[in-house]
Design a protein around this ligand. Structure first.
Ligand SMILES: Cc1cc2nc3c(=O)[nH]c(=O)nc-3n(C[C@H](O)[C@H](O)[C@H](O)COP(=O)(O)O)c2cc1C
Length: 217
């Protein structure tokens, strides 16, 4: 596992990492461009288009779209108080969002709106039990910090963390519907294998995963 540190790379170099998924890319941080907070389809149109799609092009997402997507998923929409685009249990943020892409695994840092490299391994195929996950450009993996959930039993931890994840998943669905992207929220996940590949400590667990990309032509 690679230490989560800023590499001080310029925006152009960071862009190359996300856009080209170059195996030689060395950056440990991708500074995401400011997310667009306007535009997109009207909500009712996005709702009308929302659906699950299971056939993907391998084309990577441009950096601006990745930035917008992560912000829509669970970014900070009220900077003064750190409020998020998705609601969460007891005002305790228990979820991390990992982005599994061809060039490795990245952890979304909502405070700085950037991606921190978690590993250089392509683990996309291990984020699910369906064939399309390994070829899609992006699989989000939602990870809960059980240790942050005090006074509740392990089943309740999984329950509340799953509900939190569902809200994020729907944000992603609506964003994808708005942008003409394909997505599917997934519980068919090889949990033990994926947690091992992510090298999660025992108190953390995967709740769900979600594939995102351009629909296959
Ligand atoms: C909790 C949950 C788990 C899901 N797991 C999977 C999955 O592992 N694989 C998959 O292809 N779809 C999965 N889905 C997507 C559903 O199959 C899909 O939403 C449902 O069939 C309705 O289709 P629609 O989303 O196109 O309306 C899941 C949905 C939810 C809410």
């Amino acid at each position: 596992m690679i230490t989560r540190r800023a590499a001080g790379m310029g925006a152009a170099a960071s862009f190359a990492v996300a856009a080209a998924h170059s195996p030689a890319a060395a950056a440990d941080t991708i500074e995401l461009p400011t997310p667009r907070r306007t535009g997109g389809r009207p909500l009712m149109e996005a709702l009308a288009l929302r659906r699950s799609i299971r056939a993907y092009s391998s084309k990577p997402l441009p950096l601006q779209l990745l930035s917008d997507l992560l912000w829509a998923a669970n970014g900070i929409n009220r900077p003064a108080e750190g409020g998020r685009t998705a609601p969460y249990w007891r005002h305790i943020m228990v979820l991390d969002t990992y982005a599994a892409m061809a060039d490795g695994v990245w952890l979304y840092d909502p405070q700085a709106h950037r991606l921190l490299r978690h590993s250089r391994e392509d683990i996309r195929a291990d984020t699910g039990l369906q064939d399309f996950v390994g070829g899609a450009p992006l699989n989000l993996v939602y990870v809960a910090h059980g240790e942050r959930m005090h006074d509740v039993s392990p089943p309740e931890r999984r329950f509340f963390a799953s509900v939190d994840t569902g809200f994020i998943g729907q944000n992603v669905y609506l964003f994808c519907a708005s942008e003409g992207l394909a997505t599917v929220f997934r519980g068919a996940v090889p949990y033990e294998r994926l947690e091992k590949r992510l090298r999660l400590p025992p108190e953390q667990f995967v709740t769900f995963a979600q594939t995102i990309g351009y629909p296959a032509a």
